[in-house]
Write a protein that binds this ligand. Structure first.
Ligand SMILES: [Fe+2]
Length: 182
């Protein structure tokens, strides 16, 4: 279940229709796709997955990939697995926590754990969207956003691609406002 929060505010919006309506003017799409990875519950429960386990989990989630291939034309997918103590965590955090854009769209399906995406609304207000297992998010190219993990530092997310490349973050140097809990 996605939760949206405005900077400097304790108000939390959990109604998916309201969340989607707030983000729609940016072209950002968010919806729920229940995680039904047949036989993969044990893989989802593990914090870390080796390459074989990642491949097995992706295979278990292939229904969603095939559906998105038909709907959106995605060609490839892979799995991001982050957990406390992951050796690249500080580097990734520094890279994506700043407000940035990409030349390609950013598409994620969260299948375990949580992450936080941030956006700048058309009126300049900043919001953070906590995404959890079962949340699917699509951020178009060139839309300002950021990403961070929350305190649990644990997420498994499938990334879908139309084409490889376009992932270098372009920093817009806009200052991030304060979010409770960030
Ligand atoms: Fe990004």
């Amino acid at each position: 279940m996605a939760v949206l929060q405005y900077a400097e505010s304790m108000q939390r919006i959990t109604d998916m229709e309201r969340v989607a309506a707030i983000l729609a003017p940016l072209g950002v799409g968010v919806r729920e796709i229940p995680v039904m990875a047949a036989g993969a519950a044990a893989l989802l429960a593990q914090a870390q997955l080796d390459a074989d386990a990642q491949a097995a989990l992706l295979a278990a989630l292939d229904d969603v990939f095939q559906r998105l291939q038909r709907e959106k034309g995605y060609q490839e997918r892979d799995l991001v697995v982050l957990y406390p103590g992951h050796p690249q965590l500080p580097e990734l955090d520094a890279r994506f926590r700043r407000i940035h854009t990409h030349e390609d769209e950013e598409v994620r399906y969260i299948v375990d754990g949580e992450g936080v995406f941030g956006f700048v609304l058309e009126d300049g207000a900043q919001v953070e969207l906590t995404v959890q297992a079962g949340d699917y998010i699509h951020i178009p190219a060139d839309v300002e956003h950021w990403f961070r993990l929350n305190d649990a530092q644990r997420i498994k997310a499938v990334r879908y691609f139309s084409a490889r490349g376009g992932w270098t973050p372009h920093y817009t140097n806009r200052a991030l406002q304060h979010f409770p809990g960030s």
